[in-house]
Design a protein around this ligand. Sequence first.
Ligand code: EPS
Length: 367
Amino acid sequence: MNTFGHLFRVTTFGESHGPAIGCVIDGCPPGLEIAAEEFAHDLQRRATGKTRHTSARHEADEVEILSGVYEGRTTGTPIALLIRNTDQRSKDYANIARQFRPGHADYSYWQKYGIRDPRGGGRSSARETTMRVAAAVVAKKWLAEKFGIVVRGYLAQLGDITPNAFDWNAVEGNPFFWPCAVQVPELESYMDALRKSGDSVGARVNVVADNVPPGWGEPIYGKLDGELASALMSINAVKGVEIGDGFASVAQKGTQHRDLMSMQGFLSNHAGGILGGISTGQAVTASIALKPTSSLRLPGQSIDIDGNAIEVVTTGRHDPCVGIRATPIAEAMVALVLIDQALRHRAQCGDVGEVSPRIPGMDVGAT
Ligand code: EPS
């Protein structure tokens, strides 16, 4: 399964240390203006080698548009995007080619296929997420132009550190996507100490999609929240997904959780903008938990492919916290789900039009 989506279908291919990675987008609406330069912003937000807190691998991540765009506009035919890998260092993986890193997909890939490309984790590498972000540049642009939808995310927890304050304007001003600027030095020191220790840590990323119209989502098996959960869970290292209040709902009473309604707006958004698998017109909110990176230079007990007991030590240029680069990836998966649901809604219910009464999307009360 390397293909994602129903009407806006994205197929990715390539390995971390192969010659290139790429994707084919099939089903993109025609007429959307798109240029190769427009991919740079989000790809650079996700890229390695930008700060000392992420992997030191330096990839240019420059997109070549091979098809599907003529005179700067999409033609409705398959859009093929290619990014050449330029900074592989495969010798880093010579020692672990016959070993299974504890906590890594090495073992499960081996059990499934009986063969694996150990260089940089092969297909299981986070390098694959580059193409999700590239495909979502197209999706985000269409969603913004057609509906004014803005999909944006932030780092909501790093280890046990949580934001002391929240300001969207702070998020893009630091390498962590952190919403509280004054805490950035604390994060820097935390990450410096972590890197020196050789260990890694988990993180939480939140994504918010504003201006999603009501009515998107296909009950029963194509629910908007169901597809978001699946899409977000497909990101490397993700171990948990919440929509709206998520697992906090367990301890809530119905009177606390329900979002009261008025013709001026909903009074809260515990539902995360989705009821019955269909968008309500409120902001769609999702949150993901990312596990700590498994490739560590600290020795860990494991076995090799002959079944011998060994100690694994991973060298190379690994992210001490994969969650730091996950914000644009999570945004990408939300955007890809939304564009696919938008096209499916248009196909089946395009003639329904605006149904009254329609509550404006903005919340008018506190949660
Ligand atoms: C990764 C290991 C590192 C990261 C890589 C993901 O690769 P390498 O060991 O080849 O330097 O740099 O991430 C990327 C290259 C990227 O573009 O995201 C891993 O084990 O998943």
